[in-house]
Design a protein around this ligand. Structure first.
Ligand SMILES: [Fe+2]
Ligand SMILES: [Fe+2]
Length: 209
C-alpha cells in the first residue's frame, strides 16, 4: 500500500515537472521572438547585413513557440500569466543590445541561446523515458538552437572584459526574465531536474557496488 502511494506521489511530481518544462519553454520561445523582433527592427535601419540571419532565427523561434503551445493542453500546462514580462523585457533587451551595434546583437544572441541550450540539455535527460513525445519536440529544435548559438559566437570578435561583462549581464537578465515570467517555476523545475540527476547518480553508484 505504502509502495503504491510512493509510486503515485512520484508520478504526480513528475507530471508537474513536465508541465513546468512546457510552460518555461513556451515563455522562453515567446521571449526569443520578442528579442529578435526588436533586433530586426533596429538592424533594418542600422545594421542591414545582420537582418537575414536574425530573420531566419525569428522564424525558427516562432515555429518553436507554436510547437510548445501545441504540447501544453495534453500536459495540463498553460501559458504563464505574466507574459508581458517577456513581451516588454524581451523587446527592451533586443532593442537596447541592437543599438549597441553588431557586437551587442551577437553578444545578446550568444548569451540567450547559451541559457536555452543549458535548459534543453537538462530537460532532455529528464524527459527521455517519461515523455518521449516532448523529448522528440525538444530534440527537433535543439539543432537550430545550437546553430543560433554558433552563428553568434563566430561573429563575436571582441572577447574583452566589456564584451564578457555584457554577456554575463544578459545571461542574468534572461534567467531573471524566465524566473519572473513563470513565478519561479523555472527554479522549481531546475531543482526537480537536479534532484533527478542526483537520484540517477545514487542508483548508478548502488548498482556498481
Ligand atoms: Fe527557440
Ligand atoms: Fe534560438
Amino acid at each position: 500500500m505504502l509502495q503504491v502511494e510512493v509510486q503515485r506521489e512520484t508520478t504526480l511530481r513528475e507530471a508537474l515537472t513536465i508541465a513546468r518544462i512546457v510552460k518555461v519553454n513556451h515563455a522562453g520561445e515567446f521571449g526569443a521572438i520578442r528579442i529578435y523582433s526588436a533586433q530586426v527592427l533596429v538592424a533594418r535601419r542600422l545594421w542591414p547585413d545582420c537582418v537575414p540571419a536574425l530573420s531566419e532565427m525569428l522564424a525558427d523561434e516562432r515555429r518553436h513557440c507554436t510547437l510548445f503551445r501545441g504540447a501544453m493542453s495534453a500536459r495540463k500546462s498553460r501559458p504563464c500569466r505574466v507574459m508581458q514580462f517577456w513581451s516588454y523585457g524581451g523587446w527592451m533587451l533586443g532593442f537596447l543590445t541592437a543599438l549597441l551595434g553588431r557586437q551587442g546583437i551577437w553578444a545578446c544572441t550568444a548569451a540567450v541561446e547559451a541559457v536555452v541550450h543549458r535548459h534543453l540539455d537538462d530537460q532532455l535527460h529528464f524527459l527521455k523515458e517519461r515523455d518521449p513525445e516532448l523529448a522528440g519536440i525538444i530534440l527537433s529544435i535543439r539543432d537550430e538552437e545550437i546553430a543560433h548559438l554558433r552563428h553568434a559566437e563566430e561573429r563575436l570578435v571582441s572577447r574583452n572584459v566589456a564584451s564578457r561583462s555584457l554577456r554575463a549581464v544578459i545571461s542574468m537578465a534572461t534567467d531573471c526574465l524566465i524566473w519572473l515570467s513563470t513565478w519561479g517555476d523555472s527554479t522549481r523545475m531546475a531543482r526537480a531536474l537536479k534532484r533527478e540527476a542526483a537520484r540517477l547518480a545514487d542508483d548508478m553508484h548502488a548498482s556498481s557496488r
